[in-house]
Design a protein around this ligand. Structure first.
Ligand code: PMT
Length: 402
């Protein structure tokens, strides 16, 4: 049981996604965690305390002046007990309060006294999420080490479609399990480069070529490697994700920039994992002004190939381990094996990107790992964090053999 012996403080704030917190709470309990729930007064308008009380077997605390017999000075003793705090949903209000050091109710005072990791799963209307003040607060708290599980894009309770939907309870549970799993030290002392996300190739100042990569697979690998003791550089195209501050994050836009960033670090690296989906083609000459429509005629774009990052790294390879990905829609293994050899990789992680339940943007993946000796390992459908662990296990086995 992954959370046996762990105490989780679940903070619930006032948003419609609070109903999903009951599901999250139940999943935490099933994973054997000891869960205490602190609700803001507004949260109690969305879900009753009785629900959480029944699930956890503990009194739900809603006010600084509640005095459950279990604790002495409640906010301090709660903080001391915690192995992790989860605030789900986290409203713009609670994020703003925490970012600005405000402690005026039970939840904010408990968080102020927190020494264990605090994980936030924001949920709010898209316009609120995009508000620069909210974004500034997010940057501030994440740079201070607060963990963020970014909201998803979809249909929101207010009827609009956009970013602001709370991450699913399953994803939050997975994140917590991963965070609290003991550090393995398997990759201690190793330097890892991971690429993640899409690249954007400019057509003109307002248009570009991009793909569906969200960066989740690459970020999951970077986090899992960090947890295993590696020094991690994450070279990322544009995504909405946030990584741990201990990871060196290099933000790039184009495939060519991604290539430069990787090659500049490759000589000193031990492992390179190419989970990004860099564009294969880029406009030959991006226009410096917005291209205008003229009559009914269409537009022909002249594209050239981008540098192949892994091929370039493969040429420079000395003792490094290179892991490629293969994003395929058909003949998965056949195409993957061809790429494995062409990129001089040690193994390749193939996934079917025609499926909507795995691959691009999903929290799950189902991959086939093929190594250069032709050994095939088909993994079941797993969360991207678990997939990342399994890929790193394979790296560890290779290192032990070498
Ligand atoms: O980001 P997510 O939404 O989580 O989705 C994850 C994913 C589907 C993007 C990921 O699992 C994945 O498959 N990444 C590889 C995507 C890709 O570009 O595949 P490819 O088969 O076209 O390329 C093969 C390999 O060459 C990849 O390791 C790629 O990073 C690398 N490559 C590709 C083009 C290029 N110019 N340089 C490269 O190094």
């Amino acid at each position: 049981m992954p959370l046996t012996g762990k105490t989780i403080i679940l903070g619930v704030t006032g948003g419609i996604a609070a109903y999903k917190s009951a599901d999250l709470c139940s999943r935490l309990i099933k994973a054997n965690a000891n869960v205490h729930v602190v609700m803001t007064v507004n949260a109690t308008r969305f879900v009753g305390t009785a629900t959480f009380q029944a699930l956890t077997g503990h009194q739900v605390i809603t006010s600084l002046w509640d005095e459950p017999r279990e604790f002495e000075i409640t906010h301090i003793s709660l903080s001391d007990k915690a192995d992790a705090f989860i605030i789900a949903p986290a409203t713009a209000n609670i994020i703003g309060k925490i970012a600005n050091g405000i402690a005026d109710d039970m939840l904010t005072t408990t968080i102020m006294a927190a020494t264990a990791p605090v994980i936030m799963a924001p949920a709010m209307n898209t316009k609120m999420w995009n508000n620069p003040i909210v974004q500034q607060n997010i940057s501030k708290i994440t740079s201070l080490g607060y963990k963020l599980i970014p909201p998803q894009t979809g249909r929101l309770a207010c009827g609009s479609v956009g970013t602001g939907k709370m991450a699913e309870p399953e994803e939050i549970l997975d994140y917590v399990k991963n965070l609290l799993q003991p550090v393995s030290h398997d990759l201690d002392g190793l330097r890892l480069i991971v690429t993640a996300g899409p690249t954007i190739e400019p057509i003109d100042p307002v248009r570009f070529i991009m793909n569906h990569s969200s960066g989740k697979m690459g970020y999951a690998i970077a986090e899992a490697a960090l947890k295993s003791g590696a020094a991690v550089t994450l070279v990322s195209g544009p995504t909405s994700l946030v990584c741990s501050p201990e990871i060196e994050l290099v933000l790039v836009k184009t495939a060519s920039e991604m290539c430069d960033a990787v090659l500049a670090r490759f000589d000193k690296a031990d492992v390179l994992i190419g989970a990004a989906a860099p564009a294969d083609f880029t406009p030959v000459e991006p226009a410096d002004k917005k291209i205008k429509k003229s009559g009914n005629s269409g537009l022909t774009l002249h594209l050239k190939q981008t540098p192949d990052i892994l091929v370039e790294a493969g040429k420079r390879k000395k003792s490094q381990i290179i892991i490629a990905f293969a994003a395929e829609t058909n003949d998965l293994e056949h195409h993957a094996v061809e790429k494995l050899h062409r990129k001089n990789a040690d193994f390749i992680v193939a996934n079917d990107v025609s499926r909507s339940d795995i691959g691009f943007a999903s929290d799950m993946n189902e991959v086939t790992i093929i190594d250069k000796n032709g050994i095939i390992d088909k993994l079941p459908k797993l969360s991207k964090l678990e997939t990342a662990d399994r890929i790193l296990d394979k790296v560890y086995q290779m290192l032990r053999k070498s």
